[in-house]
Design a protein around this ligand. Structure first.
Ligand SMILES: Nc1ncnc2c1ncn2[C@@H]1O[C@H](COP(=O)(O)OP(=O)(O)O)[C@@H](O)[C@H]1O
Ligand SMILES: [Mg+2]
Length: 301
């Protein structure tokens, strides 16, 4: 059974003046061991969904199964969460914070476990400083250590790199990838930093105004909206006109331009050039990025 199964979830927040439909008929599954990205603009419903998984909110209707169980105390001991901008009591030290949570999670040999995590996340030197003295990046590493205490099978991450400088955000991404690779932990990540999602996630769901607009592999969803990408190959000499027209290519001086659908047509094209005795001096590929996708899909809404 997949670690996350969301079926027909609706969540409506009723306020005095209006009903806010934060989630509307949302269904998807996250598979074992994958890093799954939940994308969407601010207010799309991403945090609402994560909070339902954590049993902090209950859906208006529909159901959620986490590791085969309804969200609740039993499953909370087997999962964990990291949210960007995590706060702990300002006067406590990371050692106090981690010891406190280790007790909540009933971690045996907790001193050893904290030492292990401190070295994993490079926070040894921070363990006895006050939390309020730590920088944003250091605080996040403490939040990460807290999230790893109970060796979760599933990690939920809500905008983990929010507000981090690019260098630290890069370290955090590397950490996420390493934890996923080394421990096989399943990760659900929300983010609106597209390059981050592009780098980390294999599959994504795009959510807008509480509804899933697209779901699938990053490559697939991009292809669905763009279909093609452009390649320019610079050869050592001007290609023969007959050869160019036979393969329906566009040519400019010693450059060949083509519109491709997939990687297979790229290798076919390159093999063809090579077999015809041309040397390739340069290749430029213009592929739509996930950011191009995000903006296009938002405009279409
Ligand atoms: N407790 C709440 N009461 C009323 N409205 C809420 C509450 N929490 C979230 N919302 C609204 O639900 C929508 C989705 O919010 P959220 O899930 O936080 O979006 P995201 O995390 O994708 O930015 C927003 O319109 C937000 O204002
Ligand atoms: Mg949010």
């Amino acid at each position: 059974m997949n670690p996350i199964i969301v079926s027909h979830v609706n969540k409506t927040f009723r306020t005095k003046t209006q009903d806010i439909k934060a989630l509307q008929n949302v269904s998807f599954e996250v598979e074992q061991g994958e890093i799954f990205g939940l994308l969407g603009p601010n207010g799309a419903g991403k945090s609402t969904l994560i909070n339902i998984m954590l049993n902090l909110l209950t859906p208006t209707d529909g159901s959620v199964l986490i590791l085969g169980e309804k969200p609740g105390p039993r499953v909370l001991s087997r999962i964990n969460v990291v949210a960007g901008g995590s706060e702990f009591h300002w006067a406590l030290t990371p050692r106090d914070i981690l010891s406190f949570y280790a007790r909540i999670y009933q971690v045996t040999n907790f001193k050893e476990r904290i030492a292990q995590l401190a070295s994993l996340l490079k926070i040894h030197h921070l363990l006895d400083r006050k939390f309020s003295w730590l920088s944003t990046g250091e605080r996040l590493r403490v939040a990460f250590a807290k999230a790893m205490l109970n060796r979760p099978k599933l990690l939920l991450m809500d905008e983990p790199t929010l507000g981090l400088d690019p260098g630290i955000a890069k370290d955090v991404r590397a950490e996420i990838q390493r934890l996923n690779r080394d421990t096989g932990m399943t990760i659900l990540l929300t983010s609106h930093y597209m390059h981050e999602v592009e780098q980390l996630c294999n599959r994504i769901a795009f959510i807008s105004k509480g509804k899933i607009v697209d779901i699938g592999e990053v490559k697939e969803v991009k292809l669905k909206h763009f279909g093609t990408y452009e390649i320019t190959v610079t050869l050592d000499k001007k290609p023969k006109a007959s050869w160019v027209s036979a393969h329906a290519l566009r040519v400019e001086e010693n450059k060949i331009k083509a519109t491709l659908k997939d990687e297979e047509s790229l290798s076919t094209l390159l093999a063809m050039i090579h077999e015809s005795g041309y040397r390739i001096n340069d290749i430029a590929i213009k592929k739509p990025t996930l950011e191009d996708y995000f903006i296009k899909v938002l405009h279409e809404q």
